[in-house]
Structures are given as C-alpha cells and as structure tokens.
Design a protein around this ligand. Structure first.
Ligand SMILES: NC(=O)c1ccc[n+]([C@@H]2O[C@H](COP(=O)([O-])OP(=O)(O)OC[C@H]3O[C@@H](n4cnc5c(N)ncnc54)[C@H](OP(=O)(O)O)[C@@H]3O)[C@@H](O)[C@H]2O)c1
Length: 474
C-alpha cells in the first residue's frame, strides 16, 4: 500500500523531501455529483471491508467515525466538494445499516468495526462520536497507527489534549480539534496561526449557545428562566437534561481548551469554577438595565503573574459591548494580546453545518501538511499554574427579602465588617412585601474577600432566597 508520498502510512514525515504542492492539480478530479447517487455495493451493505478504494491522485483519504449531526454534515461537504483534495473512504458507526444515505458515493465503505478503519489506508480519521469512551481509545489507536486525527470532541481534548498532541508528535502525525470550541467560529485555528505571533494574556467568551439563547430570551421577552429553558428545548437548542450547559460544565471544558491553545497552560476543567445560570431572573435584567448592562454567561481566563484566573458563569456586561450584543445561540470569543490588543471572533457556535465547516477546514490543514515538508506543531508547554477565580471586579448582589425595617443597615454592617464598599442600592417599586427583590452593587474587590460576607448575608432570617452574586465586567 502506498501513501501520497509513496511511503508506508505513518512514516511520511520522515521523508527528507516535501512533495511539491504543484504536483497536485486541484482540478484533476472532477465529480458531476451523479456518481454520488449510486447504491452501496452488497459487500458494503453487509458492513464488511470492501476492497481498497481506487486512490484519487492527490486526495487525502478520510475515514469518518460517527455519522450523527456533525458526521453527516461533514460527509455531505466531502461528497459535494469537487476539488479532489479530500476523499471520503470509510464511514464507521454502530448499527451502521440504518445510517446509510443514497447521496454517499457507492465506493465509500460503511462499517461498524473501528479496526476496519485502523487497518485501512485512510490517512486521516475524523472522530465524531463524542464522549470519552471509546473516543479516547479510538483516537489513541489511530495516532499510534500513524493516522492523523481531526475531532470536535471538547471533553476528550479538555481532558487528554496534551497527551494526545504528544502522541501525535511521537507518531509523526497530526491532531486537530478546531471544532471543539465555538463550533463554526475559527478561534482555535486563529490561535494556532494568526495570533501565534502575539503573547496572549487573556481570553473571554460566550461559549455556550444554549445559555446565550436562554439569557437573551429572558432579556427580550421578560419571561422566567423555566419558560426560556422550555422554549430552548422545544427549538432543539437545549437537551432534555441541560445541566452540562446551564451549570457551566460545557463552557469550562471549552475554556480549558482555549487556555491550553491560547495561553499555553494546562488546566483541568473541574479546577475552573462554574456558576449556574439557573438563578438568573427576569428582574435581574431589569436591574442590570438600570446599570447600562445585560447578563451573559461569560467564560474567562487570564494570566496574572504565574497564576491563572479562570471561571465560567453569568456576569453583567455593558449592553452596548460586543458581549452584550450577542443574541440567540451565537458565540463570541475575545483574545487580549500584549502586542495586538483585543481581537474578536463571532458566529455560530454549534449546529451540524457550521461545525462541519470547522472539521473540514481542519482536514484541509492536515492534508496540506501531508503534502508539504513536515510542519509539526511545536510541543505545547505543559505549564500547570495555580488556578483560582480571584478576579477583582465590581459586584452585583441581588436579594429577595421579606420586607421589614433595618434590612439595609444589617447588610451594610456585614459588608463593612469585611471591608467591602457599597457603590449603589437599587430598589424597584411594585413588588409584594413578602418577596421583594433589591440590589446592592459593590466597588471592586476580589472574589475571596466577598464570599464570607455572602454566606453571612444569605443566612439572615429575612432572605427568602440565597443572594445572587454576579461580577460586573466593564
Ligand atoms: N452538534 C453540534 O452542534 C456540535 C458542535 C460542536 C462540537 N460537537 C461535537 O461533535 C461531536 C459529535 O456531535 P454530534 O452532535 O454529531 O453527536 P451525535 O449526533 O450524537 O452523533 C454521534 C454519532 O456517533 C455514533 N456513535 C456514538 N458512539 C459510538 C460508538 N461507540 N461507535 C460507533 N458509533 C458511535 C452515534 O450513533 P447512534 O446514532 O447510535 O447514537 C451517532 O451517529 C461531539 O464530540 C460533540 O461534542 C457537536
């Protein structure tokens, strides 16, 4: 079996000479589209290993593992491309028979056995099954077999990204995961290429479309959280169990990947504090509006000396800021660099097609490196800094109280005993005396200084709900 460079797979990077790009004519292979309507062969229908596909000269051979929302969209793009740079050779999925599509070319091999892919002459494996098991094992064995891997799996990369990148280097192949953060927004490729000349010290983003949809619906329709969640579920923007999104687990896995790729630091997702958006109420948008702000789930990571400050959670942001203007289920990522200042990326953070674009773009990047002199990614630094959430910001504290005389005085006494300065007190008229919302904003202080005071205040007998505490990001 020969590879593009005429060498066995997995050894191509030891080639002393690069294949010239000019040797590959982008237009060499033309597809009318009709050939993609052919039926699968009987052997393929049986899910067996077919004969190796005839090699399209110059094409990178791609095997797809996982034919769900993103996998199907990736297959469609690959089947519709007419530049001949990428050739879909295999599709692997459990119970594969029910997955077959008439628009997939007849020479693509359908299988439910991952080892069929490992033994094949596919050069790049696209992992789109999600989760840790068996995705980790699949990716590891692919890299050990000298096959490059493209994945959209944030949990896998957040947890094992550094080890897998190292494994890829050891085996002379590539691992790309551009779709694992912000779906179709090309922020990871930008960190790898366009921003690699800067020294980044901060990254902040709206990384979870479900939370952004829910928060922007509460803002615009003035509806309760529970109703906005139901709407998101009905529209397919939120899963039946949306805890991973609402409580920040999804966003902190993405933030860990951004911290690795952009700040060069390794952080385990559970070490990043995540605050839920469940406690945010329509009344908070009314109070935030009085402060010129709105509320978004913000994920932020910042280097402070050798330490990493990182957290995910609902935060007040100026309504007119780029974050404040992000509506519906869109994503936005902003980087802060020592030389280039702030750079913003926004777009669709999820969905089959946008995510598939990111996957196929990674495939293009990998295939270009297959053809050129090896340009393997430098070893990522394995700096593991101390992680905390001690950002110093102004704060928004919202209380629901049973009205009685002396409430403000008692809260103020606790705040002052912790050296916390009140900036403003806001109280809207028209609420029941038994459950009255009002807000205190604080001058900037670090998280650690505020929390003991919060515990004392929430325990006061007139508080009917725990205090909601949100940072105000300016
Ligand atoms: N969807 C998005 O908008 C989006 C955005 C960014 C990143 N991602 C990431 O992209 C990846 C794929 O997401 P998705 O939305 O396409 O998921 P999905 O729709 O659930 O598709 C997963 C596919 O993999 C198959 N599969 C699961 N476990 C398997 C196994 N052990 N062996 C063989 N096949 C298996 C599933 O088969 P069954 O049909 O039997 O379940 C399904 O066809 C995930 O890592 C996800 O986090 C998704």
């Amino acid at each position: 079996m020969l590879t593009l460079s005429g060498k066995p797979p997995g050894r191509r990077h030891s080639s002393p000479r690069a294949e010239p790009m000019a040797a590959y004519d982008k237009n060499e292979v033309h597809f009318s589209g009709r050939e993609f309507l052919s039926e699968t062969s009987p052997e393929q229908s049986a899910g067996t290993v077919g004969a190796p596909l005839p090699r399209r000269e110059g094409a990178g051979r791609v095997a797809l593992v996982g034919f769900g929302t993103v996998g199907r969209a990736v297959a469609r793009i690959l089947c519709q491309r007419s530049d001949g740079l990428l050739q879909l050779t295999h599709i692997c999925n459990r119970n594969v028979e029910r997955k077959k599509q008439p628009w997939v070319p007849g020479d693509v091999i359908w299988t439910e056995d991952f080892h069929t892919i490992l033994r094949s002459d596919a050069e790049i494996i696209v992992e789109l099954i999600g989760g840790l098991t068996p995705a980790e094992e699949f990716v590891q064995s692919a890299l050990k077999a000298g096959k490059s891997v493209v994945t959209a799996n944030k949990q896998l990369i957040a947890r094992y990204g550094l080890e897998l990148l190292q494994l890829a280097r050891e085996n002379g192949c590539q691992l790309e995961f551009g779709a694992s953060v912000a779906g179709g927004v090309p922020v990871l490729p930008a960190l790898r290429a366009g921003l690699s000349g800067d020294r980044l010290h901060g990254i902040a983003g709206i990384l979870n479309g479900t939370c952004n949809y829910i928060l922007s619906r509460i803002q615009t329709a003035g509806i309760p959280f529970s109703q906005a969640l139901e709407e998101a579920q009905a529209k397919g923007y939120a899963e039946a169990d949306a805890s991973e999104d609402l409580d920040g687990g999804d966003a902190r896995a993405k933030l860990a990947i951004l911290a690795l790729a952009g700040l060069g630091v390794r952080v385990a997702p559970p070490d990043i504090r995540a605050r839920t958006i469940r406690a945010v109420d329509a009344v908070d948008f009314a109070y935030a509006g009085e402060l010129g702000c709105t509320i978004r789930q913000i994920s932020r990571a910042e280097m402070k000396a050798a330490n990493l400050l990182a957290e995910v959670g609902p935060s007040l942001v100026p309504a007119s800021s780029p974050f404040g203007r992000v509506q519906q289920n869109l994503n936005l990522v902003m980087t802060s660099g020592a030389y280039g200042g702030e750079v913003a990326f926004s777009g669709a953070g999820a969905g089959g097609d946008p995510t598939a674009v990111a996957v196929v773009s990674d495939l293009m990047f990998v295939v270009q490196n297959l053809w050129c002199r090896p340009r393997l990614r430098r070893a990522l630094p394995a700096l593991s800094p101390k992680v905390s959430c001690d950002f110093e910001t102004p704060w928004y504290l919202r209380f629901w109280v049973k009205d009685q005389p002396g409430i403000i005085a008692r809260l103020a006494a606790i705040l002052s005993s912790h050296q916390l300065n009140i900036d403003a007190v806001l109280q809207k008229p028209g609420f029941e005396k038994l459950a009255l919302p009002f807000v205190i904003t604080l001058e900037p202080c670090p998280d650690w200084q505020l929390h003991p005071a919060l515990e004392k205040m929430s325990a006061l007998e007139f508080c009917v709900k725990p205090c909601l505490c949100l940072p105000i990001l300016r």
